[in-house]
Write a protein that binds this ligand. Sequence first.
Ligand code: MLT
Length: 408
Amino acid sequence: MIRINENYLKLKASYLFADIAKRVTAYTAANPGKPIIRLGIGDVTEPLTPASIEAFHAGVAEMAVRSTFKGYGPEQGYAFLREAIATHDYAARGADIAADEIFVSDGSKCDCGNIQEIFATEGLKLAIPDPVYPVYVDTNVMAGRTGANLDGRYQGITYLDCTPANGYVPAIPSVATDLIYLCFPNNPTGAVATREQLVAWVAYAKANKAIILFDSAYEAYIRDPKIPHSIYEIPGARDVAIEFRSFSKTAGFTGTRCAYTVVPKSLMAYDDAGNAHSVHALWNRRHTTKFNGVSYPVQKAAAAIYTDAGKAQVKAMTDFYLGNAALIRAAMTKLGLSCVGGDNAPYIWINTGTDSWAFFDKLLNEAQVVCTPGAGFGKCGEGHVRISAFNSRENVETALARIAATLK
Ligand code: MLT
């Protein structure tokens, strides 16, 4: 008799954004004359930049000619892209990351979800913020690292509460943990971590022989020059952290798919006997076994964001979304709602103080605007909703007018 992985039975029936999509589809079917504006899932709306499109076309043209055609590429990514990343995202910020410590992939969601596979299941102590991008929790539940979900929280996880009291930046836990998930600029709250806060996390990880999984998918939205873009800007982080980056929100690649994960060669994890093993070697083994690389034209398109023209175009694109974010934040504040985020991140986290799914339903039914209910990101997300800045200016302005009419 074929048996299932019973850990899946501990999960909520569907993934947060699938749940929301189901409600929106049902509403649209019942109300065909009422157009919806989507400020829920963080999906980009602006086209790829001219630099990326030109490189994408050039890559496709090379695939059409025998002499430049390419079959399987290196699983870890082409050298031209890995070298551009090492130079522009790391060396330029004083971070010591080599090109061969970078693994190009088809998305940070997959990488954040897959990375846990190379660590122990039994006895591994997890630290996960709340609210949080649900992938971190759900993939650990699937792997069997948690107990049941009791009252909205899985047993076996040290939750790091992010609340108005701590500015939505979690405190270091008072207990030892082994695998720590951090995301800055944060999804869903848009909060950022200061250098001092990251220094403290690196020291904690070092003291506990732990590893930090640092998701910086939204770093391109940082405008405050004092805020680190990478955990590797912190001395010693090479020995305790893996970093996830994505071209999705940086350069509009949500539909094109390209991201990367940095696993420094100095990062170690331990077997039962306490012997150190290279995490880079383990991830390389996993990556080469289960992944065949991102397509050549897509990697060409990604590399183009590091040219002078590409940099300027990507900055203009992220500035545009931050302009939306500023409008959203100002409109919410005018309605008397307190909010964070939106200044160094494309998300605005609004403290409504009310049931977050009820607030979601109200905006959907009365304003035809989709947001994301905070409860979907964890227990501490209750009483909040997230509004995404990813949409056209016209749609954002229309949505804000509709929300104002609904809430006034
Ligand atoms: C979100 O809305 O939280 C993100 O779009 C999800 C993702 O990047 O997978």
